[in-house]
Design a protein around this ligand. Structure first.
Ligand SMILES: [Zn+2]
Length: 139
């Protein structure tokens, strides 16, 4: 897959088809927006963006599209302790998150930048590792 940050609308249209999603103009626009940002937006964030760019797009369309894209694996749905809303991540590959506790900004941490050692209870195998690192900016 092409670097998601450099995708154009045509790339996203092809990607949707690859994932078996009917590529309507609204779906392409929403998917493109979330794939080319690293801000981990909520439904409300994407709706606010849509209001500036596609004034006729309803909240239901934004909500349903984000959940559809998450269901097929194009986006990841994330929950964070500082927010009771779902956040959508355009990077569906394995990576971790750093939360700025002051601003609520969520930064990506590439998985190769995290080192950890685990001893699982006997008889278990690892299926997923999910870390949230929190901190404050000291300047
Ligand atoms: Zn992320």
């Amino acid at each position: 897959m092409k670097n998601r940050m450099n995708m154009n609308l045509r790339d996203v249209e092809n990607l949707l088809k690859e994932y078996g999603v009917q590529a309507s103009a609204q779906r392409i626009a929403i998917c493109h927006h979330v794939l080319t940002t690293n801000t981990h937006p909520t439904v409300d964030d994407v709706k606010a963006w849509a209001d500036d760019n596609f004034p006729k797009m309803s909240l239901a369309t934004v909500y349903n599209t984000l959940n559809l894209l998450s269901d097929v694996g194009l986006l990841k749905t994330l929950k964070f302790p500082h927010s009771d809303k779902a956040h959508f991540d355009g990077d569906s590959s394995a990576h971790f998150h750093f939360l700025d506790e002051e601003t609520g900004t969520i930064y990506d941490i590439p998985s190769e930048k995290m080192q950890y050692q685990l001893d699982l209870p006997k008889g278990f195998i690892l299926s997923e590792v999910d870390f949230l690192v929190k901190g404050k900016y000291l300047g």
